[in-house]
Design a protein around this ligand. Structure first.
Ligand SMILES: Cc1cc2nc3c(=O)[nH]c(=O)nc-3n(C[C@H](O)[C@H](O)[C@H](O)COP(=O)(O)OP(=O)(O)OC[C@H]3O[C@@H](n4cnc5c(N)ncnc54)[C@H](O)[C@@H]3O)c2cc1C
Ligand SMILES: NC(=O)c1ccc[n+]([C@@H]2O[C@H](COP(=O)([O-])OP(=O)(O)OC[C@H]3O[C@@H](n4cnc5c(N)ncnc54)[C@H](O)[C@@H]3O)[C@@H](O)[C@H]2O)c1
Ligand code: SF4
Ligand code: FES
Length: 809
């Protein structure tokens, strides 16, 4: 039976979550294609506040990597916007003049920030806060400018303001009303919040109505209705959001504030569904993630023809402010009304305020400030309409452990939600712990998604783990296992491979009692690496256990094309190679040639089916730009041409690259060789960096120029290039044998310490010689260049391009 074509418009949190649910229910039912305007895979938008506040990086908030799409056979078009839908012919049209037919279509286009239509709102430096680009704009502005104004004292405005303060800016928050977060807090909590944030350095302009934004090209000042003026180098508008309904409207689908859907997320057009912030259900549009998870489950069941039961019934909203040092929670109806009664506890000494709102003996809303321990319990009471008639009212506001000495998790029912951000219940977590023998919070995160987003439920998840494991908890908590498929750590798996002589992946999994049949995308590449490292001569690399870029020998790009980087030893090229590259670029219409940071030429935008032809015509070795392997050796000009040069940096760089090329390592390894301390090859931020002085080479290790910037540390000084090669061989072999898979040299060195590495690699001559010997063995066993191997081997071509037949001319 041919698969139905499922198109998702909107590569964001709601849409992709729905695809995940669909794949769980019916993995082979659909041929899936996803379009996203943003040039990124799906990421955790919630965490942008944490990125801005410096608590995490953009790389760490990716929810579904490009590999995930490839592994699930999902065609992804990033940077491409669907502009209209022909609902009769069932075709979508994109801004790249392409059209795609569908059987089923999901619209999950989210929201746009509301930008106040003020004079001057189009000036440079006036932005919303919605995506990675906005976040990066703020980070860049903070490097150059001093004064930021955030308009809007809601959740987003306050989280943005905290981030800008962390970035060193002075921040004014302009709020139109008397009270901050009036949509979530009562006046008492709001005043306490303002006091706390003022202590943190935020300045508030309450009751201020912005009239205009002034400045030449860039914003310089803002003016208020009362004539007051404040200086501003950056203005962030956080005054609410508008559902993004442009596509639905342009396509004749019924819209109101959002895209109108029924309880099964069906729109007015046949086979078109909608969910997330763009959808309007029973006259409600939501601006938080919890409702989206419920909608995603219902829609996945509907679209897979499973019983979607009563459908989506709407959600009760709850929020937590993500500003460090401030605990604020709000849920349901938090303002008193004539038919409600409230229980309040206020402790001005401790800065704690708790209020619950009760109607007809049922909790219908709550506000907590200062101590939010009870948030999960209260949210579940609200969601489940629990009667409090028989409960001593004030006890509801006390931790269960204060009353009974027991952890709060004991009193939570199985169906109650522990992680609101990801919709994970206590029952889900307990079942995951028991079925998969989970022993850490991080394993629970991998397995269930609980604590994957804002992280405020982490403590509760930890308590639940402790409660579920009981006696066993202490013993296992600190252990960092490879993944949820096993209880074993990286070190234990490597030791077992050595001791038991295990020689292939299946054997490792069977003998070591893996809890899943096929392993997962974390353990399979790791086992494959460890087997190759332990048995360099006999082990046959398992291509299917490698990440998609390594399987393809090229880097997949955000539009589904590939980038190809040929090797240029030491960053040195010649006229013949440049001519070949130019001819290949012309022949295959390669849209972009770019010099990389490692001094190589990157051919970007190569079509998958052109890869073999490109490799054949280039007739150059692979630069391994896609591999967990030795990447580039960057060199400076050195003594041959530079007047400061003391040594032959190019010669040494080429020798290093030729010696170690194609070597598999736990993570990528970059090197640099400079011929004087001016360090033009940036040796001090390389995994291995060499700096030449008169008659001496200094060898530095553990540097990193990426997200976790780290200076390399001096390992040793040697006199000759041969000694450099020997020391580097010993260092790399020690790293290969002892680091965890996917651990960069910088993290590994921080974990084990430079002194330890020096003691083995430098001070102990015997150990160094043995390491260098084992390195020689590994180098001798290296396969030939993968591109050359590939163009000669038709079986490999078939495997690689299962669906595309290739003719090599
Ligand atoms: C900084 C910040 C912090 C937040 N913190 C929290 C929090 O702590 N808790 C919480 O519950 N919620 C929070 N939210 C809200 C939460 O992120 C959203 O509710 C959620 O992302 C909505 O998901 P969505 O898929 O509906 O929309 P989005 O995640 O916005 O995804 C929609 C995607 O569709 C794309 N798109 C739009 N039109 C088209 C088109 N025509 N063609 C192709 N692609 C298109 C958009 O570019 C976008 O990438 C926060 C939001 C922000 C901005
Ligand atoms: N922690 C979280 O849960 C979290 C964090 C960030 C964003 N979000 C979500 O993202 C969305 C956007 O957040 P938001 O804070 O922009 O929306 P919001 O609607 O919650 O708050 C906007 C605030 O701006 C104020 N405002 C409106 N017009 C104004 C004006 N002219 N001048 C000054 N103030 C004005 C409003 O009074 C309101 O308090 C919301 O759906 C929110 O729930 C949630
Ligand atoms: S590092 Fe020194 S020798 Fe090398 S190019 Fe720069 S200045 Fe010249
Ligand atoms: S509540 Fe936010 S990650 Fe769990």
């Amino acid at each position: 039976m041919s698969k139905r074509k499922l198109l998702l418009v909107g590569n964001g949190m709601a849409g992709v979550r729905c695809i995940e649910e669909i794949i769980k229910l019916s993995p082979d039912r659909f041929e899936i294609t996803v379009f996203g305007t943003e040039p990124h895979p799906n990421y955790n938008r919630i965490m942008l506040s944490s990125v801005l506040q410096g608590d995490t990086s953009v790389d760490d908030i990716v929810l579904n990597s490009y590999e995930w799409y490839a592994e699930n056979n999902i065609r992804l078009y990033t940077g491409e916007t669907v502009i209209t839908i022909d609902t009769e012919k069932k075709i979508v049209f994109t801004d790249k003049n392409r059209s795609f037919a569908y059987d089923d279509l999901i619209i999950a286009t989210g929201s746009n920030p509301f930008i106040l239509p003020l004079p001057g709102a189009d000036k440079q430096g006036v932005i919303g806060f919605r995506n990675i680009e906005d976040c990066e704009t703020m980070i860049r502005a903070a490097e150059k400018y001093q004064r930021a104004v955030v308009i809007g004292g809601g959740l987003l405005g306050l989280e943005a303001a905290r981030g800008l303060l962390n970035l060193g800016m002075e921040v004014d928050v302009v709020h139109i009303l008397d009270h901050l977060m009036e949509r979530q807090l009562d006046p008492t909590a709001s005043v306490m919040l303002k006091t706390e944030l003022e202590k943190q350095g935020m300045n508030f302009l309450m009751n201020h109505h912005t009239e205009a934004i002034l400045g030449k090209k860039r914003v310089e000042k803002i003016v208020f209705k009362d004539g007051k003026i404040v200086k501003a180098d950056l203005v962030v508008m956080a005054v609410g959001i508008k559902p993004n309904i442009a596509l639905a409207k342009a396509s004749g689908i019924e819209t109101n504030r959002g895209i109108v859907v029924n309880d099964y997320m069906e729109t007015s057009a046949p086979d078109i569904y909608s969910l997330g912030e763009c959808a309007e259900h029973r006259e409600m549009v939501y601006g938080l993630v919890a409702p989206l998870w419920e909608q995603a489950k219902v829609l996945a069941k509907k679209i897979c023809d499973c019983d979607a039961e009563a459908g989506y019934q709407g959600s009760i909203l709850s929020t937590k402010l993500k500003v460090s040092g401030v605990n604020v929670f709000s849920a349901g109806e938090f303002i008193d009304s004539s038919d409600t009664k409230a229980i309040r506890v206020q402790d001005d000494f401790e800065g704690v305020y708790k209020k619950i709102v009760v109607r007809n003996d049922k909790v219908v809303g709550a506000v907590l400030f200062g101590d939010t321990t009870e948030s999960t319990k209260l949210l579940n009471m609200i969601n489940n309409g629990v009667s409090v008639a028989e409960i001593e009212k004030v006890n509801i506001l006390q931790s269960t452990d204060q009353q009974t000495g027991e952890s709060i998790v004991a009193s939570i029912a199985d169906e109650e939600i522990i992680c609101g951000c990801n919709g994970v219940s206590k029952g889900d977590i307990v079942a995951a712990i028991k079925t998969n023998n989970l022993s850490t919070v991080s394993e629970i995160k991998d397995c269930t998604s609980a604590s994957r987003s804002c992280g405020t439920c982490k403590n509760l998840v930890g308590e639940l783990l402790e409660h579920t494991l009981g006696e066993a908890f202490e013993k296992t908590e600190e252990k960092e296992t490879i993944c949820a498929c096993t209880d074993l750590t990286h070190e234990e798996v490597v030791a077992a491979i050595r001791e038991k002589g295990l020689s292939h992946t299946r054997e490792v999994m069977n003998v070591l009692g893996w809890q899943t049949e096929e392993g997962c995308s974390k353990c399979r590449p790791a086992i494959n690496y460890y087997l190759g490292m332990v048995h360099p001569i006999d082990y046959e690399d398992e291509r299917e256990s490698r990440f998609v870029n390594e399987r393809m020998h090229a880097n997949i790009q955000n539009n589904g094309t590939y980038s190809v980087v040929p090797r240029m030893y030491g960053g040195v090229t010649n006229a013949a190679d440049l001519r070949k590259i130019a001819d290949v670029a012309d022949k295959y219409e390669i849209p972009l040639l770019k010099i990389t940071g490692g001094q190589r030429i990157d051919l970007l935008g190569v079509k998958k089916e052109d890869l073999p032809g490109v490799w054949k015509d280039l007739d150059m070795p692979s630069g391994y730009a896609y591999g967990k392997a030795i990447r580039t050796v960057k060199t400076c000009v050195g003594e041959n041409f530079c007047r400061f040069g003391t040594q032959d940096s190019i010669g040494l760089g080429i020798a290093l690259e030729k010696k170690f090329e194609r070597l598999n390592t736990p993570h990528k390894v970059k090197m640099g060789v400079s011929a004087c301390p001016r360090n033009c090859a940036e040796s001090s931020i390389k995994d291995v960096g060499i700096i030449g002085l008169d008659g001496i080479w200094e060898v530095y290790v553990g540097g990193n120029g990426g997200t976790d910037l780290r200076s390399a540390e001096l390992l040793c000084k040697v006199k000759t290039a041969d000694e450099v090669l020997e020391v580097v061989a010993a260092f790399l072999q020690y790293y290969r044998e002892n680091a965890k898979y996917l651990e960069r040299t910088s993290h590994w060195l921080e974990r084990v310490g430079l002194d330890h590495v020096k003691a083995v690699v430098i001070d102990d001559g015997t150990a160094r010689a043995q390491l260098a010997e084992r390195m020689e063995l590994a180098l001798a066993a290296l396969i030939q260049d993968p591109w050359k191997d590939f163009i000669k081997n038709s079986k490999k071509q078939e495997e690689l391009f299962q669906t595309t037949s290739l003719q090599l001319s």
